[in-house]
Design a protein around this ligand. Sequence first.
Ligand code: AR6
Length: 171
Amino acid sequence: MTHSRIEIVRADITRLEVDAIVNAANSSLLGGGGVDGAIHRAAGPELVAECRLLGGCATGEAKITKGYRLPARFVIHTVGPVWRGGEHGEDALLASCYRSSLELAASRELRTLAFPAISTGIYGFPFERATRLALREIRAFVSEHTLPQRVVLVFFSESDERLAHALTAEG
Ligand code: AR6
C-alpha cells in the first residue's frame, strides 16, 4: 500500500508545482547531467550562482536554494552515493539523502516535496533496491511528522513508474 501522503507519478520533475523539488546532485553542487542538468537548465543561471555560495555538499547530506525560474519555490540538493557493489555504505548513504531532504523540508515548513529516483541513473544504484529504500524512509518519516504533508516520488520512464507501483504493493 502506498501511504495516503505518498504519491508515485511519471513526470519531468522540473515541471512540478510543488514547494520543493529534490535534485540528485554531485558534491560540487555546480550542476551536471541527468536530472541535475535538467533542473539547472529550467531554473536558469541564478541557481548555479546561489549554489556557488554553498561550498558543496557531502554525500548523504542536503542543502536548499531557491527555485528561480522553476515552478517549484525551492530546490533541495542532495548527493546520492555512487554504487560500488553495495558493501560501501551505499544503503545508509541513500537513506540519509531521503531523511536529510525530508528534515530540511519540514524545518522550512514546506508542505509538498518531490523526489527523483536518487542515484539510480548515472550513479548506478540498482533501481529496485533504491526504490524500496526510498519508500521505507519516506513512510517512516511521514508517519512521525506532519510536514511535508505530501511527498511525490517522480519517475521519468514508464517502466520505472510501473515497477515503483509494484514495489509499493509489497508493503
Ligand atoms: N525528471 C525526473 N527524473 C529524471 C529527470 C527529470 N527531468 N531526468 C532524469 N531523471 P541521474 P544520479 C531520472 O543520473 O544517478 C549528475 O551528473 C533518471 O531517469 O540524474 O543520482 C549529477 O551531477 C534516474 O532515474 O542522478 C551527478 O554527477 C534519476 O533521475 C550524477 O548525475 C536519477 O538519475 C548523479 O547521478
